[in-house]
Ligand binder design. Structure first.
Ligand code: F0G
Length: 462
């Protein structure tokens, strides 16, 4: 008999604990959305059928993770759980110092407080919002330098998250190496569509950083997904295990920030990992102020255990194949039906292109917000607007349309099955069929910063 190679990629787990999801009527969703000020962030999660607001901290944990959590050590200092966590992070990243934090932004806060000051510039392929905010909080500039292909939603390129190396060199020449406290690379590039960075690009950024004596830090939130894209798409990696690809990726850097709520497969947690002894000491001292003693850093012992196991599970090849395929599967169905999305599909989310889908709604009436709300009303699906509500408000109070009007549908890890994805596709196609009737929105109330979280909107009925 020969080895059987099935075409169907199945969920590489069976379900032993289930969480019911609640079905609602259109009338109930209309009431819930109106009460939430037409802002999906303000909905009660129990009123949502399929929740794709984020892939952060929303994943399902494995029986092994739960077993580790039961056996955790909750000692304040020097807990065995910390040493298991530290060993896992060191084994995968190779960095010498592991500083636990309660989530990714806490690692960013500590790092930039330690290294950045007014007048500095930090290049990155694309800063995630919290990374940008922490850079800017120190008075430094967060400069996005993704390749030009990465800014074009419909263009197919295997590594749209790559750094523009020429632009990086120009930045160093322009501002001087002494004003660049670090160079960052976000893998995968979340704000740019969850697109991966090639190993060749990581190597090249590392070479530029070392030549100029600038530390190179990876925003590693989705390092496992990025490693698998390298395996699938980059020459020379097809036969390598994801963990070895990840180890090579980290070997080119001097440290990383990590939100364990993504490829740490945990519901909370993160870390900062560094090679530099002096910098690590400074960061640990800052950590005590905001996160806690350096062997727990804002987490319980059981959180450390969940991450110690989760980091390896995120690198499991069967899991990664299922993960990337679920996203691509939805992308394929939508593309075949003519629904415009960011291509190719990334590692953790499908991004719908609302500007292309709803040309009758001008940017001033927030087309991506309109699309996001229509998905909820039609199918109880919650996504997130990444468009002019999120990015349009300028520091001087004026409005400027965002570069793209997208709705991100981010997949929690190991939570939804293929039939959920089939249902999703059906909802999106139903919305697409009535796209010409969808109303735009106006702002009824907004906060001065990060307005999308609490904004209240109203549909514009003609
Ligand atoms: N970096 C990237 C690339 C991220 O995507 C996130 C979070 C962070 C840093 C911050 O990590 O949330 O643990 O503090 N992204 C989530 C999202 C919130 O929905 O994309 P955190």
């Amino acid at each position: 008999m020969q080895e059987f190679h099935p075409k169907t990629i199945i969920e590489p787990f069976r379900v032993r604990s289930v969480e019911p999801i609640r079905f609602t009527t259109l009338a109930e969703r209309e009431t819930a959305l109106a009460q939430a000020g037409y802002n999906p962030f303000l909905l009660h999660a129990t009123d949502v059928l399929i929740d794709l607001l984020t892939d952060s901290g929303t994943g399902a944990m494995s029986s092994r993770q739960w077993a580790g959590m039961i056996a955790s050590d909750e000692s304040y200092a020097g807990a065995a759980s910390f040493y298991r966590f530290e060993a896992a992070v060191k084994d995968i990243t190779g960095f010498r110092h592991v500083i636990p934090t309660h989530q990714g932004r806490a690692a960013e806060h500590i790092l930039f407080a330690a290294i950045a000051k007014p007048g500095d510039v930090i290049p990155n392929n694309t800063h995630f919002d919290t990374t940008r905010a922490h850079v800017e909080a120190t008075g430094a500039e967060a400069r996005d330098q993704v390749i030009a292909e990465g800014r074009q939603p419909h263009l197919i390129h295997p590594f749209k998250g790559n750094m523009d190396l020429a632009a990086l060199e120009r930045t160093i020449a322009e501002v001087g190496r002494e004003r660049i406290p670090c160079i960052m690379l976000t893998v995968t590039n979340n704000s740019g569509g969850g697109q991966p960075v090639a190993m060749a690009n990581v190597r090249a950024v590392s070479e530029i950083a070392r030549r100029n004596g600038i530390p190179f830090i990876i925003d590693a939130c989705r390092f496992a997904e990025n490693s698998f894209f390298i395996k699938l798409r980059e020459e020379g990696y097809a036969d390598k295990a994801p963990i070895d690809i990840a180890r090579e990726l980290f070997s080119y850097a001097d440290g990383c920030t990590m939100s364990a709520k993504k490829d740490g497969m945990a519901n909370i947690g993160g870390f900062l990992a560094l090679n530099d002894d002096t910098l690590a000491t400074r960061c640990r001292n800052l950590e005590i102020l905001t996160e806690g003693f350096p062997t727990y850093g804002g987490m319980a012992g059981y959180d450390l255990e969940a991450i110690a196991v989760g980091l390896y599970e995120a690198l499991d090849e069967h899991y990664l194949r299922y993960r990337l395929r679920s996203i691509e599967y939805l992308g394929d169905k939508l593309s075949k039906a003519g629904v415009p999305i960011v291509l190719p599909t990334g590692g953790h989310a499908v991004y719908l292109d609302a500007r292309a889908m709803l040309p009758h709604i001008p940017a001033t009436e927030y087309p991506a917000w309109a699309l996001c709300n229509a998905l909820y009303l039609v199918g109880g699906v919650r996504g997130v607007e990444i468009g002019s509500v999120m990015f349009g408000l300028q520091p001087d109070g004026s409005e400027r349309p965002a570069a793209l009007e997208l709705v991100r549908l981010a997949f929690p890890r190991r939570v939804y099955t293929q039939s959920h994805v089939d249902y999703l596709a059906e909802v999106i196609l139903a919305v697409n069929a009535q796209r010409n009737e969808l109303p735009g929105y106006r702002i009824a109330w907004q906060a001065p910063v990060l307005r999308h979280f609490t904004i209240r909107m109203a549909p514009i009925r003609s």
